[in-house]
Structures are given as C-alpha cells and as structure tokens.
Design a protein around this ligand. Structure first.
Ligand code: 2RA
Length: 336
C-alpha cells in the first residue's frame, strides 16, 4: 500500500538525493513531506513529484507518516529520532548516532536484510544507515565472505567531496576555479585546500592514530557482516572528485581463493556491477560509477602476499546513492 513519506533535511545533498531515489525506484509514495530547518521553511523545492513547500521540522509534523528518512546531523537524530519512532513511523537515520547501538539494526539490504526483522523493542522501529564508505565496501565484501570466508581486510579509500555534503562539492568547484584562474585558494570545509591535493584526514583523529572515519569502516563492517572480531584496517583519504567514493581493498580469506572464482561470485552479487576487463582498460572509476545504483567492482586479482588466500579488488560507488540515499530507500523497501 502507498506510504506517507517524510524526508527530514530535505535541502541537503543526501536529502535531495533521497527524494530523487524514491521517484527513480517508484517507491509507493501516497504523500511526500519535506522538512528542513527554520531558515528553509516556506521555500518551495522542485522535485520529481512537483513543487513541494518545505516545512520546519517538528515531531508532530511527521508522527503520522509511515516512513521518515533522516538526512540530518547525529545530534539532531539523537534528539528526535527516538520520539519519531515511538510515535509509529519506520525511521531510517543516515547519521552515525545509533549505528553502534546493539539494539539498533545497521543494514545494507543486499548483505544483512534479515537484521530488519529485529524489532527495537517498545521503542518503535529505528534503523541505522551505514557510513557511505562502509556501505560501498560491504556490497563486495559480503558475497566474498559468504563464498570464501574473510580472515582480515585492508581498505584504502579515495573519497569524494560529497561526503562533506553540498558544501564539500562547492568548495572543490570554487577553489579549483580559483586555482586555475590565479586567485588565492582557501579551505573551510576541508582541513587543507583540496584542488590537486589529497587529504588523509576525514573526521577526528583517535588515540590509536586512526581517524573516526577509518574506525567507522572497521566497526560497521564487523556489525553488518556479523564478524565482531574481524581485523579491518582502513586509511581514509579525501580526493578532489565530486560524488563517488573509490576503495582499494585487500582481503585474506579462510578458504583458498582465485581471481576467477571471485569474479564469478561478484558477477552474481546483488548491488555489484563487475567492471573488470583490464585488457581494454575497463575498471571501476568515479566517471562511470557516478549516478549508478550498483557499486562497480574490478581489478580483481590474487594477492600473493597471502599465498592462495589473498585477493585484491577496487570498488567505486556513488556516495550519495549506495553510500546514503539509495541504501536508506532500500531499507524502507524491506517494509513493503
Ligand atoms: C565522508 N564518509 O565521506 C564520510 C561522511 N559522509 O565525509
């Protein structure tokens, strides 16, 4: 049956993408409500559903909805998500506020949809959407784990500026233009100027020398795969691209693995597009992954560092889609 859907944080990059994805996937929407901060209230947003007036968020304005998609900060989600869920709607939160809560499911539908059936006890249904970098990696790691067993994982990421929202993409564009036109280059969203640079610093540094972004990949991969002790080491780097995250992944497997066997598994994996024909220079790239629902996977090869238990691969996924809006809508589809 059609659903009354609310998107909270509708004016941000992820919120806008959520509206686009609901339409692209023909999610059965009977009514779409768009909520934002007070300063956006009253403005009209053009959407595939027509022009919709933005309303200032309140729990009262969404408590009679069937589904509430949150594209807001962790603090905002902490303050309001439980109250919304307790009032009835299925709440899907894109922030990191609840991801590590044992009672809150953290879901990538292609990998652990069964976690959806776990009720949140009396508190209604609140589901956490994973960090974009994690979601894009586990779409490939899940099938490889099922086929060969994961023993350890090493991830190096090349993350797009969209991970820092519309402001991140704007900084890339404006500062690159400044650089090319000989004007001073500044930075406010990122820790350093991003044009023609790489920044190995996403989110705050932890005591152990990793950033919080890198630890999110470890914590969330373990939770989604149900492998609480899986050794995962991530190096997360910001690069000057718009909206697709790329990741070089090395795994050691429990069973012997070959590139051919891995390719067969990945070719059949939900949410994966195998893009692996190096003889013709065909492999995952932001240029081709952007705007696609599927995560591109390629450069699949045996990694002799781990003998016949080693595999390398390269993945590329749209950070606003599989990394955020698409995954959130796919979780909502589990309730149809
Ligand atoms: C980033 N994964 O790329 C983080 C949050 N979206 O900035």
């Amino acid at each position: 049956a059609p659903r009354r859907v609310a998107v909270v944080g509708a004016t941000g990059a992820v919120g806008r993408e959520m509206v686009e994805v609901l339409h692209r996937r023909s999610f059965p929407v009977s009514e779409l409500r768009l909520l934002a901060s007070g300063r956006s209230a009253g403005k009209v947003m053009e959407t595939p559903y027509g022009a919709i007036a933005l309303q200032e968020f309140s729990v009262d304005r969404v408590k009679d909805c069937d589904v509430v998609l949150l594209a807001v900060s962790g603090d905002f989600a902490k303050a309001h998500a439980p109250a919304i869920a307790a009032a009835g709607p299925l709440v899907i939160d894109n922030s990191s506020a609840f991801r590590y809560d044992a009672d809150i499911p953290l879901i990538v539908p292609e990998i652990n949809a069964a976690a959806f059936d776990v009720s949140n006890g009396g508190g209604g249904r609140l589901i956490a959407n994973p960090n974009c970098t994690t979601a894009i990696a586990v779409v490939a790691l899940g099938p490889l784990h099922r086929a060969f067993g994961l023993k350890r994982v090493i991830v190096s990421t090349y993350q797009a500026t969209s991970g820092a929202g519309a402001e991140g993409m704007a900084e890339l564009e404006e500062q690159t233009r400044n650089r090319l036109e000989g004007r001073p280059v500044t930075n406010s969203v990122f820790h350093h100027p991003i044009p023609f640079n790489l920044i190995p610093h996403i989110d705050a540094f932890q005591e152990n020398g990793y950033t919080k972004e890198e630890m999110k990949v470890t914590w969330e991969t373990r939770k989604i795969l149900g492998l609480p002790d899986l050794p995962v080491s991530c190096t997360a780097v910001r690069i000057p691209t718009y909206r697709a995250h790329s990741e070089a992944i090395t795994i050691e497997t429990i069973e012997p693995v070959t590139a051919e066997a891995a390719r067969r598994v990945l070719a059949d994996a939900a949410g994966v597009k195998l893009v692996d024909d190096t003889a013709n220079a065909v492999y995952p790239m932001p240029l081709t992954a952007t705007g696609q629902f599927d995560v591109e996977v390629g450069r699949v090869r045996n990694n002799p560092v781990f003998g016949d238990h080693g595999l390398d691969l390269f993945v590329c996924g749209d950070q606003l889609l599989k990394g955020a809006a698409l995954n959130a809508v796919q979780i909502a589809e589990l309730d149809l």
